[in-house]
Structure formats: structure tokens, C-alpha cells
Design a protein. Structure first.
Length: 203
């Protein structure tokens, strides 16, 4: 498999959110705003990229019977770095993301890529896989956030700037979209739409 195919695999046919349905807890919980989506995507990218590369480099020295605990220790260390960095430099985002940053430790996307890909591949391919998976995750959570904002408020805003506004939606907002149950509603609609056009079909 070429490096291009490895990257596109994470964005498309093995998209962790829309195809594999992994890591849905943080995806649905923090998709109330574009700001949260960007913060979570950056955090996942950092942890996934470094964990994949570290696991790939150390794969020959990690005993098979203890590989999962070792993977979790590596991931937990990286998540702690992210959590402390957010608290130090972006405290508002850290507070907004809350418990979902520490929960990256047990995110199925991170641990799954370490187990299924990084422990079998070289560092470069593992890094490309991590970037592709993070990109797929990021596109999914950004799309969900944008749809929830648009339906719930009539506009899409990011970092204090209004990117799009539809007055008709603002006059009669679908308030459920920005509530917790609205995340499942929007996710279901997007999955149905993607299945209908064949984008999220596994090959």
C-alpha cells in the first residue's frame, strides 16, 4: 500500500467516525462548536501521531504479551502533555473540552491504530496513517459541529467570527440540534446521507 493510499484510507473508506464508528463519545460530546472541534482534532492529531511513531520505533522491543499496557502508558503520557499544555496556554478551551481530553487515553481510534497498524509498520507509514486518521476524525467532527450550529442557531461561528448565516434557520432554529440528544440526531442524519451516496461504505 502506498503512503498516499495509507493517508486516504483514514480520510475515506476507513474514516474512524463515519465508517468505523470509533471514538464517538468525544465526537458527539464536544461537537457543540467549531472551536471545540478544532481543539479536539489538534489534541487527537498530536497524541495519535506521536503514539504511532513511538510504537512503530519500539515495536521490535515490546513483548507481545504486554503490548497493550505499554501502548496505554505511551498514550497516557502524551495525553498528559496535551492536557497540561491546554491548561497552561488555552485555559478556556481546556475547560470547554473538560474530561474528554483525559479520555483520549482510552479512545479506540488511538489504541486501535497502535494495535492494528503502528506495531506492524515502519515509522513513516505509521506517521502518515496517524495524519490520515486524524484528518478523517477532524473532518467528521467539524462537519457535525457545523451542522449542529447551523440547525440550532442559524449560523456557523468559529473563534469569534461568523462564517455563515442563514436567516431562515435563525428565525426558526431547531433547538434540539445543540442539545446532547441533538448530537445523535445530527450524526444519524449524516450517516444516512453518506450511506445513501455511498461515501461511508466499507470496502
Amino acid at each position: 500500500m502506498s503512503l498516499r493510499s495509507v493517508f486516504l484510507n483514514g480520510v475515506g473508506r476507513s474514516n474512524p467516525t463515519f465508517v468505523l464508528l470509533l471514538g464517538l463519545c468525544p465526537t458527539l460530546a464536544v461537537s457543540t462548536s467549531i472551536d471545540n472541534a478544532v481543539g479536539m482534532t489538534g489534541s487527537v492529531l498530536f497524541v495519535l501521531l506521536l503514539s504511532n511513531v513511538i510504537v512503530s520505533i519500539l515495536r521490535q522491543w515490546i513483548p507481545d504479551r504486554v503490548r497493550i499496557p505499554v501502548f496505554i502508558v505511551i498514550i497516557a503520557t502524551l495525553v498528559t502533555i496535551v492536557e497540561l499544555a491546554l491548561k497552561a496556554y488555552v485555559p478556556s478551551l481546556s475547560q470547554s473540552l473538560g474530561i474528554y481530553i483525559p479520555l483520549i487515553v482510552v479512545n479506540c481510534i488511538i489504541l486501535g491504530r497502535a494495535e492494528a497498524f503502528a506495531r506492524k509498520q515502519r515509522p513513516l507509514a505509521s506517521a502518515i496513517d496517524a495524519v490520515g486518521m486524524a484528518a478523517g476524525f477532524g473532518l467528521a467532527i467539524l462537519l457535525i459541529s457545523a451542522v449542529r450550529q447551523l440547525l440550532g442557531t442559524g449560523s456557523i461561528e468559529a473563534f469569534g467570527a461568523r462564517l455563515l448565516a442563514i436567516p431562515a434557520f435563525a428565525k426558526t432554529p431547531l433547538a434540539i440540534a445543540i442539545l446532547p440528544m441533538g448530537a445523535f440526531f445530527v450524526m444519524g442524519l449524516l450517516l444516512a446521507g453518506l450511506r445513501w451516496i455511498g461515501v461511508s461504505e466499507c470496502e
